[in-house]
Ligand binder design. Structure first.
Ligand SMILES: [Zn+2]
Length: 296
């Protein structure tokens, strides 16, 4: 995997995971066994208001991270759902306000994400009111049950507001039906916990339901990407800007060609563009927003 000119490895991660420590169906060790057998490299637990003691688990060759989901109250939509990754085992589970929770996660060296904002009913301005958030989830498998698994519109509102917000795809797994509909590929030098956490902090990852990026590179203003075969590839810019690269039915229905690469002038996206792919089965992949370099 090459990303911005640097050779990095891609590690398959699920960063939103429950166990019997809260309301998951399976014990922490059963969850580790399950993901390791299905080719995952990284797993982060996120039991509601509770951390997991990773020292008691057989890691099965995976990188395990300690996380938690935090639920401070909100006067309009009830409870925040803040996904925290990389917090210590003695991290507190209860906070009065979302800002206190985010501040505590950051002080502990972790990252916090606005989980499934569409499902929560969270507005972009409410997310923007929190300082120090690491990103949101663009895809959350467990919210499929009421059709609220995709979060692109609110993600784009955050980008339109000027925040090049990174976005994860996660299982949010409680039972087996949540498994494997979206995951995050972490682009890092190795899969030590420190490298994985660094990559997350740098936004060095992409979210996917199947399509794979093999190269994303910026040469001056020219964005070049290579990926597995897809039917739709677009670079989504701020507000109404962006670059349609390959869209089924255009220019003429029946004239569709599949697509494995794109090269566009990123200035067509105003200040940042994110690559969005969709394969023939309807599975998306999303790069993080790529900023347009400043004029020289
Ligand atoms: Zn949640």
């Amino acid at each position: 995997m090459i990303y911005f000119g640097k050779a990095l490895n891609a590690y398959k991660a699920n960063l939103h995971t429950y166990s019997t420590v809260s309301d998951g169906k399976f014990s922490p060790q059963q969850v580790v066994d399950f993901y390791s057998m299905r080719g995952y490299d990284v797993l982060s637990f996120s039991d509601h208001r509770k951390t997991n003691d990773l020292t008691t688990l057989d890691h099965r060759g995976m990188t395990l991270l300690s996380g938690i989901e935090l639920h401070p109250g909100h006067p309009r939509f009830g409870l925040w759902h803040l996904l925290a990754v990389n917090v210590p085992a003695d991290f507190p589970g209860v906070f009065e306000t979302a800002q206190e929770a985010v501040d505590a996660v950051n002080a502990a060296g972790g990252l916090s994400y606005g989980a499934h904002p569409y499902w929560c009913g969270t507005r972009s301005e409410e997310i923007l009111s929190l300082h120090g958030l690491a990103g949101i989830e663009v895809y959350n498998s467990s919210t499929r049950y009421i059709g609220k698994e995709y979060n692109m519109p609110i993600w784009d509102e955050l980008i339109d507001a000027g925040w090049n917000c990174p976005a994860l795809a996660v299982d949010d797994i409680h039972s087996l039906s949540d498994f494997g509909h979206g995951w995050t590929m972490v682009l890092a030098e190795d899969k030590s916990p420190a490298s994985i956490v660094d990559a997350l902090k740098n936004g060095s990852f992409y979210a996917t339901q199947g399509p794979e990026f093999t190269r994303i590179e910026l040469d001056g203003y020219m964005l070049h990407a290579e990926f597995s075969e897809v039917v739709s590839a677009v670079v989504v810019g701020r507000f109404s800007s962006g670059c349609p690269v390959n869209i089924p039915g255009q220019p003429f229905p029946g004239d569709e060609k599949n697509c494995r690469e794109l090269t566009v002038d990123l200035r067509r996206c105003r200040t940042a563009g994110r690559i969005q792919l969709r394969d023939a089965a309807g599975n998306y992949a999303w790069s993080n927003p790529i900023p347009v370099p400043p004029e020289k």
